[in-house]
Design a protein around this ligand. Structure first.
Ligand SMILES: Nc1ncnc2c1ncn2[C@@H]1O[C@H](COP(=O)(O)OP(=O)(O)OP(=O)(O)O)[C@@H](O)[C@H]1O
Length: 362
C-alpha cells in the first residue's frame, strides 16, 4: 500500500458567521462561531480511527469537512495525496458516512429496493448494481431478509442495512457516526465485528465516533480527543492510558423476598446487617442504594466482586439481578478535558505575564 493512502487534514478550521439580534429593535450584529479551530489528523486505509469528544466538541463539523460535505474555512485536506477541497466531487465518490439509528432508510421498501434506490443516486444501475447489492447483502448477512420490508426488521438488521447502504458506492473511506447507539449487547457486538472486518479485511479507512468507551478501546487503532474544536489528546489506547483506566461497577440487586415465607422479617434484618458489614470492610468501594429493592454497587477489581458475591452466597442472600456498568464516556473525557483546559489556562496566564516567563511555559 502506498504511504499516501490516507485522508490527511492539517490545521483545519471551520468558522460560521452568524448575524444575530439581541433585542427586537436592535440591528443585527455579527458573531463568529469557531466550530473547528485547528485540527490535524489522519485516517490511513486499513485502520480504525476514533474521534471522541463531549457534545459540541466539533466532531460532526470535522466529519462533514472530511467527507467534503462542507468546505473548510482554512487548512489543508487531502485524500490519497489529492487536494480534497478542489476535488470534492472525486472525494465524495470515495467516501460514505453511516449514521447510527434508523434515518435514511425507506421502511416500506425491502433491503434490495432500498439499496437499488441509494445505488441509483450514485449513477449505478442494471446488472452492475444488482451484483453489487447481492454482494453487500452477503457481507452484512441479510440474505434471508433481503425481500422483506424494512419496517419488519429488528434494530440490528436495520443497522446492518445502514452499513450496506454506506458501502453501495464502493467507498475507500467510511465514517461511522455512533454505529451501535441504542443496540443491545449481542447486536452491537455483531456490528463491531463487521466494522473491524471493513478495515482489517477490506482495507477501508474507517473513522468512528462513539459514546461507548469499550467500543473505542476494542476497535480503534488510534484515537483523537476533541474539545472546543481542537485536538487535546491523541494516541493509541496504550498511549491514552488515562482514558481507559476506568473502573466498571458491578450492581447486585438483592431480592426483598426471603427463600421461605416463614423467615421473611429475620431475612431482611439479617440482610441489612450483612450489607453493613460488607460496607465497613470494603469502605468506599461499596455503595448501597435503599429503594424498593436494595442495590449494591461494587467498584474495585474482579477479585473484590467475587469476594462480595461469595459472602452473599454463603449468607443465602437472594440475588435478583446482576449487571456491570461502565462509567459513561463523558465522565471520563471530562477528566482529560479539565486537565487540558487547566494546562491551557496556566500557559495563557504565564504568557500574559510577559516575555521571559512565556519561554519557560512553552
Ligand atoms: N451550521 C452551524 N452554524 C453555527 N454554529 C454551528 C453550526 N454547526 C455547528 N455549530 C457550532 O459548532 C460547535 C461544534 O459543533 P459540532 O456539531 O461539530 O459538535 P459535535 O462534537 O458534533 O457535537 P454533538 O456531539 O452534540 O453533535 C458547536 O458549538 C455548534 O453549536
Amino acid at each position: 500500500m502506498e504511504p499516501e493512502e490516507k485522508i490527511q487534514a492539517r490545521n483545519l478550521v471551520k468558522d460560521y458567521i452568524l448575524y444575530e439580534k439581541k433585542r427586537l429593535f436592535q440591528r443585527k450584529t455579527k458573531r463568529t462561531v469557531h466550530a473547528v479551530r485547528n485540527i490535524t489528523l489522519e485516517i490511513p486505509k486499513g485502520k480504525i480511527i476514533g474521534v471522541l469528544g463531549i457534545n459540541g466538541a466539533g466532531k460532526t463539523t470535522t466529519i462533514r469537512m472530511l467527507a467534503s460535505l462542507i468546505t473548510p474555512t482554512s487548512g489543508v485536506l487531502t485524500m490519497d495525496g489529492v487536494d480534497a477541497v478542489t476535488n470534492h466531487l472525486w472525494v465524495k465518490e470515495r467516501i460514505n458516512v453511516i449514521s447510527g439509528g434508523e434515518r435514511n432508510l425507506y421502511w416500506r421498501l425491502t433491503a434490495r429496493e432500498n439499496l437499488r434506490y441509494f445505488g441509483s443516486l450514485y449513477g449505478l444501475s442494471g446488472k452492475e448494481l444488482n451484483e453489487r447489492i447481492s454482494h453487500l447483502i452477503g457481507i452484512v448477512g441479510l440474505e434471508n431478509a433481503q425481500d422483506i420490508p424494512v419496517e419488519r426488521y429488528s434494530k440490528g438488521m436495520k443497522q446492518r442495512l445502514q452499513i450496506a447502504r454506506g458501502l453501495i458506492n464502493g467507498p475507500q473511506y467510511i465514517f461511522l457516526d455512533e454505529p451501535t447507539l441504542g443496540l443491545d449487547i449481542m447486536i452491537a457486538k455483531e456490528i463491531r465485528e463487521l466494522i473491524s472486518k471493513l478495515a482489517k479485511e477490506r482495507g477501508k479507512g474507517v473513522l468512528l465516533t462513539t459514546h461507548y468507551i469499550s467500543e473505542a478501546e476494542e476497535l480503534c487503532d488510534y484515537i483523537y480527543v476533541l474539545d472546543k474544536g481542537e485536538v487535546i489528546a491523541q494516541g493509541t489506547k496504550e498511549e491514552l492510558k488515562e482514558l481507559f483506566m476506568y473502573q466498571p461497577e458491578l450492581s447486585v440487586v438483592i431480592s426483598s423476598e426471603a427463600p421461605s415465607q416463614s423467615m421473611n422479617g429475620a431475612y431482611l434484618d439479617n440482610n441489612m446487617a450483612i450489607l453493613n458489614e460488607l460496607r465497613e470492610h470494603f469502605h468506599d468501594q461499596i455503595r448501597i442504594e435503599n429503594g424498593l429493592e436494595r442495590v449494591l454497587h461494587i467498584s474495585g477489581t474482579s477479585k473484590d466482586w467475587s469476594d462480595v458475591l461469595n459472602v452473599l452466597f454463603e449468607q443465602q442472600i437472594q440475588i435478583q439481578n446482576l449487571s456491570i456498568h461502565e462509567p459513561n464516556l463523558e465522565e471520563i473525557l471530562m477528566k482529560i478535558i479539565s486537565q487540558s483546559r487547566e494546562e491551557k489556562y496556566e500557559k495563557e496566564s504565564v504568557s500574559n505575564e510577559g516575555g521571559d516567563k512565556k519561554t519557560t511555559a512553552e
